[in-house]
Design a protein around this ligand. Structure first.
Ligand SMILES: [Zn+2]
Length: 212
């Protein structure tokens, strides 16, 4: 807690000045983020930092494994489903990014099981929403993906599953059909902070900033 409080003091003293007028302006109007950014709760994945976004730019959802439940299973209270509906129907975002990442603990747990599932029943149930990714890795991909690449391939497939699941929301489908909303599958490589975007025609994730 000490580090958090110290950070609050340092933000006020060192950084707030450059944001003061922006925050004041943002407080005077309705928020208008251009993108719903869904990524993992992982402490190493900072949506605003890696996209150089400012306050007001991104509507961010972080959850373990950046999972998006399909509309059909999100009938009960579900914060990610609620955020998707609010961002699209209420905030008119024009883009939704689902961003997975390397070294994802949720993907490891999805593939190898949780250490103590009886202590984390909500987490166990949450990860099961991506069970089809595990089935893919254990089934059709079993002999295609080397052991060290399994978690990364799972993270990529999980992002593509989330994109597929986003399309099960009526309001998302409607906006896509109207040409008012686009979906993007991204991956973040922690080791060198590199972002990749899925290119459907090539069926692969490629660096957003071309390598030189
Ligand atoms: Zn993660």
């Amino acid at each position: 807690m000490h580090r958090l409080i110290e950070g609050v003091h340092r933000f006020r003293a060192e950084d707030f000045g450059q944001y003061q007028s922006l925050f004041h302006r943002l407080s005077q109007e309705k928020q208008r983020p251009h993108t719903l950014f869904i990524t993992c709760s992982d402490s190493r994945v900072l949506a605003e930092l890696i996209t150089k976004s400012a306050p007001g730019d991104l509507f961010v959802v972080k959850n373990p494994g950046n999972i998006v439940p399909p509309s059909s299973v999100a009938i009960g209270p579900n914060s990610t489903a609620a955020a998707v509906e609010f961002a699209v129907a209420g905030l008119d975002v024009t883009d939704i990014v689902v961003c997975g990442h390397t070294q994802c603990g949720a993907m490891d747990a999805l593939l190898t099981g949780l250490a103590a599932p009886h202590q984390t029943p909500h987490l166990a149930g949450w990860l099961e929403l991506a069970a089809s990714v595990r089935n893919l890795l254990n089934g059709p991909y079993a002999n295609l993906v080397p052991a060290e690449g399994r978690a990364i391939v799972a993270a990529e497939e999980n992002v593509l599953l989330a994109i597929e699941n986003l399309r099960t929301y009526g309001v998302v489908r409607e906006r896509i059909e109207q040409g008012r909303l686009r979906l993007h599958a991204w991956m973040f490589k922690i080791a060198n902070a590199e972002l990749f975007a899925y290119e459907a025609d090539r069926q692969e994730f490629r660096p957003i900033v071309p390598r030189t």
